[in-house]
Ligand binder design. Structure first.
Ligand SMILES: Nc1ncnc2c1ncn2[C@@H]1O[C@H](COP(=O)(O)OP(=O)(O)OP(=O)(O)O)[C@@H](O)[C@H]1O
Length: 361
């Protein structure tokens, strides 16, 4: 059974600006559950409240209302004015179980790479020799085993972020919060950091909350996604769902493929007799290594239904290809129905599309 490691219930974070009317509602009534081993992407534009929400997880930000439960233990609760919170000592202990990395790596510039990692172990109960060993082990883990004596300024941005990751993992946390950790990096370094996070998730069973404004980052590594806007989660689901079946306009915009398909449909609207008999437009979504060709060929060979592709796109979601096709399907009613049934049994999601402006049936 899956195990919930982070549970946020009805979290509000309001910032006071004097008068109540000026209050900034950075997070409003957000509930979120993250399970062990998840890489949970939280996406949204700047100012949506993502950072404020994740800072709540380790109580870097005290919420105005709500309950925070980490690994089954309530670390904060303020419901109906009744507040409970861990003692400062308990909170320090709890925070050690939650590592954090940021957009700007926040390394100590005047210390070497290995000293930066050792700094995070200064309150551990390890002996000096054990601290040395642990720091080296952490640098090996992030493939920087031979750069311990370098200074941060001598490293690339991607390498500095890897040092920050090693430091964040020093106290063996089971949760890592990544707040825009790849936003200052070029595409190559971004990919390397995301691959490292995916590896740590797999090898260490690390649960990761990934805050970003880039859907591309989420698409490479996350298994679940929440979309935030104006302090609220407006949509959430599995990565696949968010990409293939987005509901809100914002999610569609962030996912980005919607515009192309809308353009294709709008061309079709102009060129097609929308009432054409025996014709249906289908949106097909399929996962895995099937390709569009056999699907389209089979519709004709098995059911005598002609299918022409008007728009096609294949995304890699984590390592799984996911295809979306818009096809015009022609054939008599019975054949089209059988063809659609076949698609469903073949694991292809088929949705009928109406050509009237912007609507899916
Ligand atoms: N300490 C604070 N005091 C007052 N307002 C704040 C504070 N921290 C955040 N805010 C406000 O709360 C809202 C949400 O900010 P937040 O940083 O959480 O958004 P975000 O989605 O992470 O965006 P970004 O990526 O730009 O940081 C913004 O309007 C911001 O100005």
């Amino acid at each position: 059974m899956s195990e919930t490691v982070i549970k946020l219930d009805n979290i509000d974070v309001f910032f006071d600006k004097g008068k109540e009317a000026d209050q900034i509602k950075a997070v409003q009534n957000v509930s979120l559950e993250v399970e062990k081993g998840d890489i949970y992407g939280v996406v949204g534009y700047s100012g949506a409240g993502k950072s404020t929400l994740v800072r709540v997880i380790n109580l870097l930000q005290i919420p105005t209302n709500g309950t925070i439960t980490i690994n089954g233990k309530v670390i904060f609760s303020n419901q109906a004015g009744k507040q409970t919170m861990l003692s400062a000592k308990e909170l320090r202990e709890e925070r050690r179980g939650i590592g954090m990395i940021f957009q700007h790596f926040n390394l100590l510039e005047e210390r070497t790479v290995i000293e930066n990692v050792k700094f995070a172990l200064r309150h551990s109960h390890l002996k000096e020799k054990e601290i040395d060993e642990r720091a080296q082990e952490l640098l090996d883990l992030v493939d920087l085993g031979d750069r311990g004596d370098a200074y941060p300024a001598q490293l690339s941005g991607g390498q500095q972020q890897r040092v920050a990751i090693a430091r964040a993992l020093a106290n063996k946390p089971d949760i890592l919060i990544s707040d825009e950790a790849t936003s200052a990096l070029d595409p190559k370094n971004t990919t390397q950091i995301l691959e490292l996070l995916a590896r740590l998730n797999k090898e260490l069973g690390l649960t990761i909350v990934l805050i970003t404004h880039e859907m591309d980052a989420v698409k490479k590594v996350a298994n679940k996604v929440a979309v935030m806007s104006a302090g609220q989660i407006i949509e959430r689901g599995s990565l696949l769902d968010i990409f293939t079946n987005s509901q809100s306009e914002l999610t569609k915009e962030l996912v980005g493929t919607e515009q192309n398909s809308q353009d294709a449909l709008s061309i079709l609207r102009k060129s097609q007799n929308t009432d054409a008999k025996n014709t249906t437009i289908l949106k097909l979504t399929y996962e895995g290594n099937s390709t569009s060709d056999p699907i389209v060929t089979k519709l004709y060979s098995e059911f005598g239904v002609q299918a022409s592709i008007i728009y096609g796109n294949v995304e890699l979601l984590r390592d799984t290809p996911v295809g979306t096709l818009y096809v015009v399907v022609s054939g008599d009613d019975d054949s089209r129905r059988k063809a659609i049934d076949y698609l469903h049994t073949a694991g292809v999601q088929a949705t009928e599309i109406s050509l009237s402006e912007g609507s899916d049936k």
